[in-house]
Design a protein around this ligand. Structure first.
Ligand SMILES: Cc1cc2nc3c(=O)[nH]c(=O)nc-3n(C[C@H](O)[C@H](O)[C@H](O)COP(=O)(O)OP(=O)(O)OC[C@H]3O[C@@H](n4cnc5c(N)ncnc54)[C@H](O)[C@@H]3O)c2cc1C
Length: 433
């Protein structure tokens, strides 16, 4: 009977170190990020990355032969729960999105040359990457509709298309582009992935799209979401990543781990907001008592704690399933936690913001930024509705409609059957009367 929620003492020590390190060394950078700019930020985190490497915690998501730690998803989940508390911490630990998911794609589908050129420098933190799939003209929730094309002309692929929301593309050295290479093939075999250096002629990073999270136009900063034009972009034939037509297959394999990494980071955001909620309840006085003594606030605390615990267990369980049975086997668990985890983060941040009143709404606290961040989680890597649909479909495969259309729990029908089955007993009992 293997059923164990404990953490190895040595790894717990690492987690304890991480908790202090993230709070003491990384949280302060958040408050001066705008003044530092991208270059200053890189300089600020460079010595921190070294400390993480010395500690043996760098790029924990990849196996040791690829320069990672080979920790697996459960340990990574426990780490992300801490590093997710700050948008900047995953960069310091070498597993920030989208680089973490992209490095897994390269590890899984890349040739040895592609690994040399892209994966190892990506892991060393010398390159940045972006994943370029979503298009403004087509529903990103149904990527079989994508229209960007890559046509093989002689020894080169020629790419044409329009993408947007390619995260980090304006600071990326290379892009993984999803494009239709085989328009006549089955809808799940039409697209392929291609490796495109960001400075290839014909690639125009039009802008970083102002969003709810970053409402003001800026360009060339980590965390931006870029609109990109690909106009007769030529890359060599061997820029194909994985097999021709395997784009969706690889995307599925990439998105599984990528999604769960997001869910793990959200636990960190939720925890930080929850701590703020509890702290404020103990200091703010109104209508004759501290807020901590109001039942509504107590409900918020209890409900948040319950939701966070549920999300944590669901996330770690999905991670465990991935570690033990692989990403495909954990599809349902990942889809469940993707939409549930997003809603928990949203609810906890919302309550923490509410208890702080106008202070919560102001930029004097990080809650309003967390709130804007939390909203996007219901959209990226597939909107809630698509994950719910996928979960429901998988669950329904385990059911079938009763042949006669009568619900199998229909009490009069069951009673009739039971009366037949227990006829002798019923008769004896009645006779005694
Ligand atoms: C912060 C952020 C970062 C992102 N990063 C990247 C990135 O790095 N690379 C990249 O390629 N893309 C990225 N995206 C894009 C993201 O993956 C898409 O926004 C997402 O897949 C949804 O596609 P869409 O925006 O075209 O919405 P649509 O596909 O147009 O969907 C709109 C809405 O329709 C509804 N809907 C869709 N399908 C169904 C259904 N089956 N049942 C019921 N309702 C449905 C949902 O409410 C959905 O929100 C990012 C997006 C955000 C917000």
């Amino acid at each position: 009977m293997a059923w164990d929620f404990s953490t190895e003492p040595e790894f717990q020590q690492q987690l304890d170190w991480m908790r202090d390190f993230v709070r003491e060394e990384i949280w302060p950078i958040e408050t001066v990020f705008e003044d530092l700019g991208q270059e200053g930020f890189e300089r600020a985190i460079a010595p921190l990355k070294e400390q993480v490497k010395e500690r043996g915690l760098w790029a924990a998501h990849l196996p040791p032969d690829l320069g990672g730690q080979g920790f697996g998803q459960v340990k990574l989940g426990l780490m992300h729960e801490i590093s997710g508390s700050s948008a900047f911490a995953p960069s310091v630990f070498g597993n920030q999105a989208p680089d973490s998911g992209n490095s897994e794609v390269l590890a899984m589908a890349g040739t040895e040359d592609q690994k040399e050129q892209y994966l190892y420098p990506l892991l060393a933190g010398d390159l940045r990457s972006a994943f370029s799939m979503t298009e403004p003209e087509n529903a990103g929730s149904d990527p079989t509709l994508l229209e960007t094309t890559a046509e093989l002309q002689g020894d080169e692929w020629v790419i044409n298309g329009h993408k947007w929301f390619s995260s980090n593309a304006s600071v990326a050295d290379f892009l993984i582009v999803m494009a239709v290479t085989d328009p006549e093939a089955h809808k799940y075999q039409r697209a392929s992935m291609l490796l495109v250096p960001a400075d290839t002629p014909g690639v125009t990073i039009v802008r970083d799209i102002p969003t709810m999270e970053h409402p003001y136009e800026h360009f060339g900063r980590i965390g931006g979401h870029s609109e990109i034009l690909y106009e007769d972009v030529r890359v060599p034939k061997d820029a194909l990543l994985g097999a021709r037509g395997a784009g969706f297959l690889i995307a599925q394999q990439r998105l599984g781990p990528g999604r769960i990494h997001h869910c793990m980071r959200w636990l960190g955001v939720s925890r930080r907001a929850f701590d703020m909620l509890c702290e404020r309840s103990l200091t703010r006085y109104s209508h004759g008592s501290l807020l901590s003594e109001k039942q509504t606030v107590q409900n918020w605390i209890a409900d948040s704690a319950a939701q966070m615990q549920a999300a944590r267990l669901m996330t770690l369980h999905a991670a465990w399933k991935m570690d033990t049975e692989g990403a495909s086997a954990a599809r349902q668990e990942i889809a469940l936690i993707k939409f549930y985890g997003a809603s928990v983060m949203h609810d906890v941040v919302d309550r923490a913001l509410q208890i702080h009143g106008s202070l919560g709404y102001s930029t004097d606290l990080p809650l309003e930024a967390m709130y804007r961040f939390a909203r996007a989680a219901r959209l990226y890597d597939g909107p809630d509705e698509v994950h719910r649909q996928s979960v429901a479909r998988q669950i329904l495969r385990g059911y079938e409609a009763p042949a006669d259309g009568v619900p199998s729990e229909h009490v009069p029908t069951r009673r009739e059957a039971a009366r037949e089955r227990f006829a002798d007993l019923l008769e004896a009992v009645t006779a005694n009367d």
